[in-house]
Ligand binder design. Structure first.
Ligand SMILES: Cc1cc2nc3c(=O)[nH]c(=O)nc-3n(C[C@H](O)[C@H](O)[C@H](O)COP(=O)(O)OP(=O)(O)OC[C@H]3O[C@@H](n4cnc5c(N)ncnc54)[C@H](O)[C@@H]3O)c2cc1C
Length: 292
């Protein structure tokens, strides 16, 4: 199908873009890479009267790394992340997760802001944002506000963003040196959305006890989630094979994914357990014994 007719504007500034969105009272939509919005228009799942193309707005495509953390401008593309050696060193978990996003054609166009605004529950960037306590920097007519990722994602394809607001950036806290981490996901084909995925990291104290564990999951709920019961289980413990097995069972028991056209909920739940097992073992450098 072809998209329904729409007006098109390509503002040069964030202020102009926000004013255009406000003028259309919720009936205009920003377009960045177009990799989620164009299919939705073509399937007529969205029919905005105006598209506000934000790709020419200056200053939204920078990657800034300093002692306060990492800032990804809304127009940073997957390809930009993939090619940024300093970012890969500054946030290895982010770099590992983004390698799983889509196919290279889509990776050349898709943006951080578009992914976070679209809020697909199986998308990697929202998952990393929720896992890593990211702040979503939102620009509106009244100026800027910042929303914690966990509060930003409010349901499937739903966020705390108002219709006349735009994401300006995503800020990730500084990544500590020596941190243990892993990202694991399973998709039916390379580049497909994950059926489930896990991002985790923790620090170690001098006795190898887990400190400040963060575990997030994608594809197993209506939004990216934190596995709080698993974080509680891990805190203060030494990661060994028994704990890895217990963690897998805890993770699987903590979610109730719905059945959908891609997989039954029980399959996703069981998959999550397997992915947690793999991720924790990888983060801890453990080789698990084969189970009968
Ligand atoms: C075949 C295929 C496979 C894919 N596989 C994956 C995958 O495995 N993992 C994954 O994460 N993604 C995947 N994607 C999605 C892809 O990563 C998209 O690029 C991304 O989700 C949206 O980014 P975009 O810049 O293209 O946004 P657009 O399509 O331009 O916009 C998406 C939505 O975000 C809004 N928006 C865009 N920018 C902003 C902003 N700055 N502020 C506020 N609202 C904004 C738009 O109004 C729209 O509602 C896939 C897409 C396709 C077509």
């Amino acid at each position: 199908m072809k998209p329904p007719p729409f007006e098109y504007a390509r503002p040069a500034s964030l202020e102009e873009a926000i004013a255009l969105l406000a003028q259309h009272n919720g009936d205009a939509k920003a377009i960045a890479g177009g990799q989620s919005l164009m299919p939705m228009l073509a399937f007529r799942l969205a029919a905005p009267s105006m598209l506000v193309d934000i790709t020419r707005i200056q200053g939204l495509n920078s990657i800034d790394i300093d002692e306060n953390g990492i800032s990804l401008g809304a127009l940073v593309r997957w390809r930009d992340i993939e090619r940024h050696a300093e970012l890969a060193a500054a946030h290895p978990l982010l770099a590992a997760a983004i390698r799983h996003v889509a196919h290279y054609q889509i990776r050349n166009r898709g943006t951080v802001g578009g992914s976070v605004a679209h809020a697909d529950p199986a998308a990697e960037m929202p998952g990393i944002a929720a896992t890593c306590d990211a702040e979503i920097i939102i620009a509106g007519a009244q100026g800027r506000r910042s929303v914690r990722a966990e509060e930003f994602f409010t349901g499937s394809l739903t966020t705390a963003l108002a219709a006349e607001e735009l994401i300006a950036a995503v800020r990730l806290p500084t990544w500590k040196h020596g941190r243990r981490w892993a990202f694991e996901e399973f998709a039916r084909r390379r580049g497909d959305f994950a059926l489930a995925g896990v991002a985790l990291y923790y620090d170690l104290d001098t006795d190898a006890h887990v400190v400040d564990p963060h575990v997030g999951a994608i594809g197993v709920a209506d939004r990216p989630i934190r596995l709080k019961s698993l974080e509680q289980l891990l805190a203060g413990r030494v990661v060994d094979e028994a704990l890895v097995r217990e963690a897998a069972a805890t993770a699987a028991a903590s979610v109730s994914p719905d059945d959908d056209i891609h997989a039954p909920g029980d399959y996703r739940r069981s998959l999550l357990g397997v992915l947690v097992e793999r991720a924790l073992a990888r983060a801890a450098g453990l080789q698990l014994a084969e189970q009968a």
